[in-house]
Ligand binder design. Structure first.
Ligand SMILES: Cc1ncc(COP(=O)(O)O)c(C=O)c1O
Length: 377
C-alpha cells in the first residue's frame, strides 16, 4: 500500500477532475482584464469559477473576492473591517483563543485595537457569556471560526453573528475547515475559505463580502475583483478552485457519513488498543473528518516521525505550528497541560480515505506507540 495520508486538515490531494481542468487551462494565458479574445476566454473562466465558488458557499457571485488563500482572506476581512469600523470610533475586536494564526496574529497587529480573546472550555466550546460581556463596549468586528482545524469542534456562528449584529458589530468567520464538510455560516458579513482544503490547488482562496458592505482593499494598484483586491488574478488556481467547489457542491450527503463512519471506527479502535487514549473535544459536535487524540506518555513529534516511517502521514498539531515543537495553542486553550498537548495526534480524513487505509492505521498506531513507550520516547 502507498503511504496512508491522514493529514487532510493540513492540505488535501488535488482531485483528478481539478487536475484535468487545470491542465486543460494551462495554455490559455490571456489576462482577464484584456478586451481581446484571449482576455475574454480568461474572463469567462473566472466568471464560471466565481459562480461555482459562490454556489458552494451559499453566497452571491458578486460577493466573492478571490485571494491567495485562507490567510489572505482572513487578513482582508479583519484589516478592512477594522479600518472601516475604527473610523466610526469602534476599536474593540473580539475573537477566540482557538483561532488559526491567520486570525490571531492579524488581530494582534491592528493599530490601536482593543482586542479581547474569548476563552473556550475543556471541550473547545466558546464561552458565549464572555463574548456577550465583551460586546458591551462598542465593537468593530467579532471573528469566530466555523470549525476548528485541530479538533474539528463546531461553533454556532449563526447565533454568534446575531449577537455581534445586535451590538452593531461586523461578524467574520474563518470557514476554511468547514467548507465542504459542514454547514456554512448563514448570516456572517465576511466568510473566508481556501481551495487546498477541498482538493483544490494551493495559493488560492476567497472572501465572501456580504452584499452592500463596502470595505477598503488591502491591495491597491488594480481594479480587479471590483476594486476589492488589486492584482492580476491567479486564473489557473481560480479555475481549479471552481472545479473543486463544484465537486463539493454536488457531493452526495452519504460521502460525509462514510467519512464519519471511518473516523468513528478509527477512534474506537485506537481508544480500545491504547491505554488512557482520549479524544480532545470528543464530547461536543465536531466535523466528521477529524480526530484529535491524546496518547498519555507519548511524544507527539516522535510518533509522527515513527509513523511516517511506517507509511502513515499525520500531524501532531496544526500544520502551521508543526515543525516548531511548540505545543498546540488550541489544546492549551482547552486546558490540556503542555505534556498532554505534546502527546496528542491529529488524524484527518477526506473523501479519498479508504476503509483499508483506516484498518492499516488502526494497526500501526498501537504498534508504534508500544515501541516508543518501551524506548521511553
Ligand atoms: C482554520 C484555518 N484558517 C486559515 C488557514 C489558512 O489557509 P491557507 O493555507 O489557504 O492560507 C488554515 C490552514 O491551515 C486553517 O486551517
Amino acid at each position: 500500500m502507498n503511504a496512508v495520508y491522514l493529514d487532510n486538515h493540513a492540505t488535501t490531494a488535488l482531485d483528478p477532475q481539478v487536475m484535468a481542468a487545470m491542465r486543460d487551462a494551462l495554455p490559455a494565458y490571456g489576462n482577464p482584464s484584456s478586451l481581446h479574445g484571449h482576455g475574454r476566454t480568461a474572463r469567462k473562466a473566472l466568471l464560471s469559477a466565481r459562480q461555482s465558488v459562490a454556489e458552494a458557499m451559499g453566497a452571491r457571485q458578486r460577493e466573492i473576492v478571490f485571494t491567495s488563500g485562507g490567510t489572505e482572506a482572513n487578513n482582508l476581512a479583519l484589516r478592512s473591517a477594522y479600518q472601516t469600523m475604527a473610523a466610526q470610533g469602534r476599536r474593540r475586536v473580539i475573537t477566540s483563543s482557538v483561532e488559526h494564526a491567520a486570525v490571531l496574529e492579524t488581530v494582534a497587529t491592528l493599530p490601536e485595537a482593543d482586542v479581547v480573546i474569548i476563552p473556550v472550555d475543556d471541550q473547545g466550546a466558546l464561552e458565549v457569556a464572555a463574548l456577550e460581556e465583551a460586546l458591551s463596549v462598542p465593537t468593530a468586528v467579532v471573528s469566530i471560526m466555523a470549525a476548528n482545524n485541530e479538533t474539528g469542534v463546531l461553533f454556532d456562528v449563526d447565533h454568534l453573528a446575531e449577537l455581534a449584529h445586535g451590538a452593531g458589530a461586523l461578524f467574520h468567520s474563518d470557514a476554511v475547515q468547514v467548507f465542504g464538510k459542514g454547514a456554512m455560516p448563514q448570516n456572517a458579513d465576511l466568510v473566508a475559505v481556501s481551495a487546498h482544503k477541498i482538493h483544490g490547488p494551493k495559493g488560492v482562496g476567497a472572501l465572501q463580502i456580504r452584499k452592500g458592505l463596502e470595505l477598503p482593499p488591502l491591495h491597491s494598484g488594480g481594479h480587479q475583483e471590483r476594486g476589492r483586491r488589486g492584482g492580476t488574478e491567479n486564473t489557473l488556481g481560480i479555475i481549479g478552485f471552481g472545479v473543486a467547489a463544484q465537486l463539493i457542491d454536488q457531493m452526495d450527503h452519504g460521502v460525509l457519513e462514510r467519512i464519519e463512519n471511518l473516523r468513528d471506527r478509527l477512534e474506537s479502535s485506537l481508544l480500545d488498543q491504547v491505554d488512557g487514549a482520549q479524544i480532545n473535544g470528543g464530547l461536543i459536535p465536531r466535523l466528521p473528518t477529524v480526530s484529535n487524540i491524546h496518547f498519555p506518555g507519548l511524544e507527539g513529534e516522535a510518533m509522527v516521525i515513527a509513523l511516517d516511517m511506517e507509511g502513515v502521514a499525520l500531524s501532531s498539531g496544526s500544520a502551521c505550528s508543526s515543525g516548531t515543537m511548540e505545543p498546540s495553542h488550541v489544546l492549551l486553550a482547552m486546558g490540556l497541560s503542555y505534556a498532554a498537548a505534546g502527546s496528542s495526534l491529529r488524524f484527518s480524513l477526506s473523501r479519498l480515505t479508504t476503509e483499508e487505509e483506516v484498518e492499516f492505521v488502526s494497526a500501526q498506531v498501537p504498534r508504534v506507540a508500544q515501541r516508543l513507550l518501551a524506548l521511553g520516547l
